[in-house]
Design a protein around this ligand. Structure first.
Ligand code: PMV
Length: 317
């Protein structure tokens, strides 16, 4: 038996604009993980997702099934004529369709576990896992920027710019820990649909959207500097500014705006939606003293889950 896992992720700055080549910042959420376990099978390849109540034979899975796609792409990448009989079981603590990168994490976990099972000596580098995960992400997203697969495969905060022929991926230092509450609106939202809608709006009003994307990119660059300098208050202001731009792109929602407003009123240093928007999760930057009050305010405003993640807590600086 072989198991492997991958974390969820949050986007701190620059979602949507990152699809159009502007910089963005994302970080792993290590306590939320997807895990894949491989055991020998008797006939064929079986995909089991107990959380989804799903058992599927690979041979019978449709072309656009993302779990099956992960195995099919992996088979190609390893240049195998066939996969041996095995059972691949996938579990995930990352809520789906909520901006936390569950799709990328599940794919990366499958790629890691199945590769380790089939070819224990294969060098499973983060770059290789990321590239293969990206291929499968295209099924979930249509035009993914590549930031999700990068963060889940490298499992560290990154400053990311989508580029040809090679993305710019820069891990960076966190001078003072950032304490973030991740609060779920409880409303699911499909990244693919929201990304498509932004594309339609961009096609209809290019100048306006290019300016909004530029604004997001500038905020991401400024945020990286603030994070590297340990200017936590400034990071909060930049989060507020990023949320305002996302509202103008029409990717917020009444639920997200309510949580953002409640967090700020309860003393958060900054708050914004995270990920594709129109549902899913938001982030509130808090001090250690302010955490309880902001968490309570988020729940009172309708958050279905609130978790804390600390960026940079394991760095000495
Ligand atoms: O909703 P999520 O967690 O999949 O994040 C999507 C981030 C976008 O910038 C909206 C899309 C992308 O591919 O980067």
């Amino acid at each position: 038996m072989v198991s492997a896992s991958a974390p969820g992720k949050i986007i701190l700055f620059g979602e949507h604009a990152v699809v159009y080549g502007r910089p963005a910042i994302a970080a792993p959420v290590s306590q939320l993980r997807a895990t894949a376990t491989v055991t020998p099978g008797t006939a064929g390849v079986q995909l089991v997702a107990p959380d989804l109540d799903r058992v599927q034979w690979l041979d019978a899975a449709p072309e656009d099934d993302a779990l099956a796609a992960a195995l099919r792409r992996l088979q190609q990448a390893l240049a195998l004529d066939a996969l041996p009989p095995m059972v691949v079981t996938v579990r995930s603590a990352i809520p789906i369709a909520s901006g936390l990168g569950s799709g990328a994490a599940i794919t990366a976990a499958i790629i890691r576990a199945v590769t380790a099972y089939l070819q224990p000596a294969f060098p499973l580098t983060p770059a290789w896992v990321s590239a293969l995960t990206y291929e499968v992400e295209k099924l979930y997203h249509g035009t993914p920027s590549g930031i999700d697969n990068t963060v889940v495969a490298f499992e560290q905060p990154v400053y990311f710019v989508r580029r040809q022929p090679r993305n710019q991926i820069e891990p960076f230092g966190v001078a003072r820990p950032l304490r973030l509450l991740v609060a779920d609106t409880g409303r699911r939202s499909q990244t693919r649909d929201v990304v498509l809608d932004v594309r339609r709006q961009w096609q209809a009003d290019g100048a306006r959207f290019e300016a909004l994307f530029d604004g997001c990119g500038q905020l991401a660059a400024a945020a990286r500097a603030a994070i590297e300098q340990g200017d936590v208050a400034r990071v909060g202001q930049l989060m507020d500014a990023n949320h305002a731009l996302l509202v103008r792109m029409s990717v917020s929602s009444p639920e997200l705006d309510r949580l953002v407003g409640a967090a700020r009123a309860a003393g958060a240093l900054g708050a914004k939606l995270s990920g594709a928007g129109r549902g899913g999760n938001m982030l509130a930057l808090v001090s250690a003293e302010g955490e309880t009050a902001v968490g309570q305010a988020l729940r009172a405003a309708g958050a279905t889950h609130v978790l804390t993640t600390v960026l940079g807590h394991n760095q000495l600086s």
